[in-house]
Design a protein around this ligand. Structure first.
Ligand code: GDP
Ligand code: IMO
Ligand code: MG
Length: 427
């Protein structure tokens, strides 16, 4: 029996998960998403083309791998249909390679309205959600009011109407007067479209695959600092983005987890509200945003930028049991004279190396170590022996601090701009 490998974000999302899942897919038989939904935006680039995937796993562009959307995911039939039809139109035989769990929870049109109403009610304390109805859908799941994809085959109209009417009543108590006829019609079309896919007991499919020594890669969405338990609560998403989310979101037992690939950027970004200890408000922050094209793949919002935060990264590595690190976007720092890394926090004058409970309210002063830049265009480098010495020093420093090997380096958005180091441990 084989184990599953898990690839997940260690920061506030958008680390480059989509790109690396695509790069690693040839070594796997199955790629599976285990949480989140269309709040994700995973970008892939190859052959001069760029794709942004929201709900569909990033393993669909290689040769014949099966892609699974697991029970831990929430799907919006409207957005799923849009995304899937565009991929079908570009020649991807999606209905042959993509399977959906019966236990996926459905995002209703009224969930989106509730997301907007909740944000409005929070006023200046709003989360800055993606507005896709993620929070209200997971809320319904946990409070046992959710609607699942498998329900489409059992008395669906009645179940849908009950859920919708319940939401309308809540929206009215919030002072909203919802109208969504057009959205509802599109949503019902989306449901019909989804019935054209293989809707399966994905927990059985994945465990049977493992029994047959097939290789499975689990693709995380969002990042550890957006995890509902361990992130910067309440400025988080509503699912477990961490490694254990792969167990509950796919029906894979904890002792079936193999390699855990933790992805991080050579700096740090965040989109939406919430604390960000190493955020830069100066020219350097703006330079990183411009060079890194740091604008949200889903909402187009500006991403906040700052230096790499090793306190937060160590925390994320601990929570996830990361076995291999993957560093993205170091090319963005190619022209910098100096690079900073946060090696500790000072809270009320007291030094700490822990990510604090009160990360939202504490006055956190990052303590930085300054390292020399490498001042070399790395975007065309394809093997580790071509790396500049100062960059190697930077990697050595990070590996020592993080006590985990960095086995893959990404030096550009394209599939080809990836350096797999000799320390990489294959599936
Ligand atoms: P994800 O949500 O983790 O899949 O990441 P996103 O796709 O939201 O954001 C990552 C962005 O960085 C995308 O625009 C990628 O095309 C781009 N990207 C990924 N890796 C690299 C890299 O190594 N260098 C540069 N310059 N861009 C990258
Ligand atoms: P990927 O998979 C970055 C953020 C939102 C907001 C918070 C809650 O592309 O890395 P939600 O809509 O989930 O209720 O929003 O989480 N957020 C993301 N930020 N990347 C993502 O996904 C995100 N998904 C949600 O901006 O702050
Ligand atoms: Mg993204």
């Amino acid at each position: 029996m084989t184990k599953v490998d898990v690839l997940l974000g260690l920061q506030w999302g958008d680390e480059g998960k989509g790109k690396v899942v695509d790069v690693l897919t040839p070594a796997y038989d199955i790629v599976a998403r285990f949480q989140g939904g269309p709040n994700a935006g995973h970008t892939l680039e190859f052959d001069g083309k760029k794709y942004v995937l929201r709900s569909i796993p990033s393993g669909i562009f290689q040769k014949g791998q099966i892609n699974i959307i697991g029970n831990g995911v929430v799907l919006d039939p409207i957005l799923f249909k849009e995304e899937a039809e565009a991929l079908e139109a570009s020649g991807i035989p999606l209905k042959n390679i993509l399977k959906l769990s019966k236990k996926v929870h459905l995002i209703l049109p009224t969930h989106r309205l509730l997301d907007a109403a909740n944000e409005k009610a929070k006023g200046s304390n709003k989360i800055g959600t993606t507005g896709k109805g993620i929070g209200p859908t997971y809320t319904d799941k946990i409070s046992r009011n959710g609607l699942r994809l498998g329900d489409v085959f059992h008395d669906f109209d009645t179940k849908y109407a009950a859920a919708r009417d319940r939401h309308v009543a809540i929206l009215k108590t919030m002072g909203e007067n919802p109208s969504f006829d057009e959205l509802e019609a599109k949503w019902l079309q989306g449901i019909e479209y989804m019935k054209g896919f293989d809707i399966i007991d994905s927990e059985y499919e994945i465990n049977a695959a493992l029994k047959n020594d097939k290789k499975v890669l689990c693709e995380g969405a969002q990042g550890t600092l957006l995890d509902v338990d361990f992130g910067s609560y309440p400025f988080v998403t509503s699912s477990n983005t961490i490694c254990s989310g792969a167990c509950s979101g796919l029906g894979v037992a904890p002792n079936r987890i193999g390699e855990v690939f933790g992805i991080f950027k050579a700096y740090c970004t965040r989109v939406g509200s919430g604390p960000f200890p190493t955020e830069l408000f100066d020219e350097t922050g703006k330079t990183i945003r411009d060079l890194g094209h740091e604008y949200g793949a889903v909402t187009g919002r500006e991403r906040r930028c700052g230096w790499i935060d090793l306190v937060a990264l160590k925390y994320a590595i601990m929570i996830n049991g990361v076995t291999q690190l993957i560093m993205m976007k170091s090319d963005v720092l190619d022209g910098f004279d100096e690079i900073k890394a946060c090696v500790g926090y000072e809270i009320d004058g007291v030094p700490t190396d822990r990510f604090p409970f009160d990360v939202n309210t504490d006055d956190i002063k990052p303590v930085y170590k300054t390292l020399p830049g490498w001042k070399t265009d790395m975007t065309k480098i394809s093997s580790e022996d071509q790396l500049p010495a100062q960059f190697k020093n930077y990697i050595d420093f990070l590996e020592k601090e993080l006590e985990t090997p960095i086995t893959i380096l990404s030096v550009g958005p394209d599939r080809e701009q990836t350096i797999v180091r000799s320390s990489f441990k294959k599936a």
